[in-house]
Design a protein around this ligand. Structure first.
Ligand SMILES: [Zn+2]
Length: 108
C-alpha cells in the first residue's frame, strides 16, 4: 500500500492517480533516463554491438555462400543442415541488433 503525497490517503501501489483527491503524479518508468546506465549502455557495449552487427552480416553472407559450395562438393549435411542453421542464427542476430539499435534511437 502506498500513500498519496498530497492528501496522505491510502492508495494502490500501482495507481497513477490518487483515488481520494485525484492527485496525478509521474509514475517511475523502468525505461526512463535512470535505467539507461551501466555496462549495457557503456561505450564498450556500443562498440561491441557495432562489431557484432558487422560480424553477423559477414557471417550470414559467408555461411550462405559456404552452404552452396558445400552442396556442390557433396557435403550435403553441412550444406543443407548445418549451413542453414548457422545462416538463420546469424541473420536473426543481425535483425536483433538492428531492432535494438532502432529502439535506442527512438528513445533518445
Ligand atoms: Zn490524494
Amino acid at each position: 500500500m502506498a500513500y498519496c503525497p498530497k492528501c496522505k490517503g491510502e492508495m494502490p501501489q500501482t495507481a497513477a492517480q490518487c483515488p481520494h483527491c485525484q492527485f496525478d503524479f509521474p509514475v517511475e518508468s523502468p525505461t526512463g533516463e535512470g535505467a539507461r546506465t551501466g555496462f549495457a549502455y557503456s561505450p564498450l557495449a556500443d562498440f561491441a554491438l557495432l562489431v557484432s552487427m558487422i560480424a553477423a552480416t559477414i557471417g550470414s553472407v559467408s555461411t550462405a555462400i559456404g552452404s552452396i559450395v558445400a552442396v556442390f562438393h557433396g557435403h550435403f549435411f553441412e550444406g543443407l543442415f548445418i549451413g542453414p542453421i548457422a545462416f538463420f542464427l546469424q541473420l536473426g542476430m543481425l535483425v536483433t541488433f538492428l531492432r535494438v539499435t532502432k529502439l535506442g534511437e527512438e528513445k533518445q
